[in-house]
Write a protein that binds this ligand. Sequence first.
Ligand code: MTE
Ligand code: LUZ
Ligand code: MOS
Length: 785
Amino acid sequence: PAVGQPWPHESATLHVTGRAHYVDDLPELAGTLHAALGLSPVAHGRLLGVDVHALRREPGVVAVLTAADIPGRNDCGPIVHDDPILATDELRYLGQPVFAVIATTREAARRAAAQARRVLQFEPWPAVLSVRQAHAAGDHVVPPMHLVRSQSADAAGAPDTAAASVRRAIDQAPHRLAGSFSLGGQEQLYLEGQISYALPQDDGGLKVHCSTQHPSEMQTVVAHALAIAAHQVQVECRRMGGGFGGKESQSALFACVAALAAKALNRPVKLRLDRDDDFLITGRRHGFEFDWEAGFDDEGHLLGYEVTLLGQAGHSADLSPPVMTRALCHVDNAYWLPEVAMHGYLPRTHTQSNTAFRGFGGPQGALVTEVVLDTIARHLGRDPLAVRRANWYGRSERHTTPYRQTVTDNIIEPLTDELARSARYAERRDAVQVFNASSPILKKGLALTPVKFGISFNVNHFNQAGALVHVYVDGSVLVNHGGTEMGQGLNTKVAQVVAHELGLPLSRVRCTAADTSKVANTSATAASTGSDLNGKAAQHAARQIRDRLATLAAAAWECAPEQVAFAGGQARTPDGRHIAFDALVQQAYQARVQLWSDGFYATPGLHWDRQTLTGRPFFYFAYGAAVSEVLLDTLTGEWKLLQADLLHDVGSSLNPALDIGQIEGAFVQGMGWLTTEELVWHPESGALLTHAPSTYKIPTANDVPLAFTTRLYGGENTEDTIHRSKAVGEPPLLLAFSVFLALRDAVAACGAPGCQPPLSAPATPEALLRAIRAVQPGAATPTGA
Ligand code: MTE
Ligand code: LUZ
Ligand code: MOS
């Protein structure tokens, strides 16, 4: 069967043999020019001018473009239109593109663009680099968001007193704790960097090959920048070498510059970023600062909870508003929060504009609560898993989220119980204790953490998709859909769905490049919804063709069309009449039956009130849990992940091989975020110092633990999704919380019972050493290095 089997990724062989084509592998047309960007050398300042003439004299330079050369709108921001393509009056961060050099070779363009400091006239202004400082100054990219829910106030029918009632719940609780927590951002580090290749067409139109998760948005921003109609811009993306959210909105600037130059010079223009420039120009996952206060009882039930979230937006809004919304909608993670108040702020700093990254704020929002529960457990001297269990959402009560969606598909309790059993959590907890009692230098730590992740775009209208299915006269099938392939296997899953509908082997179905001239007005392939949305749209298209073929066969066989089934490369009836699919297609063609169809899907039942932050933003939830065990060297801060056991819910899997790959990859990527990947900006100049893999350390194959199990949790999606599967792209990133909290557990073993390691993320060896020193009895107070 096409669906439910572990088929290899449609491009697996091409990937591993290096034969897969990315944008830079397309043969270059004769006359192709190359663009490079001149970047702001200061974090903040007034731009006075660009010495364009000096740049034009550089060897190989054909043209220099500045904001003044943009015929349409100088903006590539996705929601709030505050993102200039090229800087105008204000320089907003070190690395901001100010001009583009177009030259005969990429090297010549880059050499000229590197003259930025010499050719830019500017007046430096003081820069704000710290989130707390920007927040104190009241400078935010959008107004704050408040989400307050009080069960007791709701019950009393007095929602206006909710905030006071949350306050009371905290104040009157048997125990109270307050604290702060901070976590760092994360660079997507897609292996293929940002790139666009724009080709002028003979009628004034443009074709743009772009590595992007959102071809339709690229089409829109290019059309606006050039002041031309959308139908004049065709954007194509065969595949990306990874996106991870970094090409959801932020491929736009490069698409615009390549298109602008191609249009101005009537020549093909390619813009491929150097890795260091990619780091300096584009944003990444938002680092967050949290201040929290919790009231709880002896069992650790969270009776009242208030948390303030500061998300580092950077210089502009980009996708920060929906990122913060998703963060607020994941503070609950898997827990019932009867009395809760959350305040989300997006301070503006003179740094890159942060954007989507796998989880889209969800991981940040959920992690603070996991840290709070860990803190409560240590305070009470209870096992953190016991405190987590005390707070689970219920199945038929205690199951309304702070944003008022009812959790109807909750499986967190049986799922974590199964994992705790299979990973022998309780025995290993004892073993860790025994080990630590006799090991003064090396300490072990263990943690089990749960995940509940909401599936759907929290911006309602993005939850739609389209597809085209063509059946050719030889019976082979071509599919095009609104999603993009970034390595996650979306094309494979969509092809499986179509093959299943038509009863064909998977080899008879092929997916082609995402292309705005085929399916219009597509959403970003994001929010993990790619296969949910495009799978359903492709199924809808395939079903229409199947129904027409069934009608034709049924007429010949004098039966009802519903009796004709498609399987094994045949159409057949229960009583044994059958015809090969190819032969039936031939007959249909001769009979002038339409052999291609479009399909459409819009997720049902969603609603969202942006003012009150309430409604049903998610179609369903995906669940998971992980147990991690670490070994920490308390003298060096170095550590090793000894074992990780993951159990993750993908509903009824469309493809278990791809799903397990996504789960393992997300876990390791999340582990990198929380442990080794540290972003450092120079405290005065605002220069990002960690702008290449030499200083920014992502996990490698060697960081994958030797003992690593990943299992799929059985069961169907209770909602009518494509073959009852669940989205898998982002949720398992949160499984990596278990590594961070296992490290916190190991550090706590260095101190007295009940100590609270002041461990922030990423838990680098330096951060671990500071936390160890802070809890070690009689140790000197940690220095603020
Ligand atoms: N997997 C690979 N190999 N490469 C990627 O860039 N992006 C992730 C996830 N898995 C990504 C990936 C992100 S951020 C999302 S939102 C989803 O894939 C998008 O694809 P899907 O909706 O088809 O799952
Ligand atoms: N919402 C969301 C979004 O939940 N995930 C996304 O990736 C996204 N992107 C744009 C706007 N809203
Ligand atoms: Mo994924 S962050 O939604 O592109």
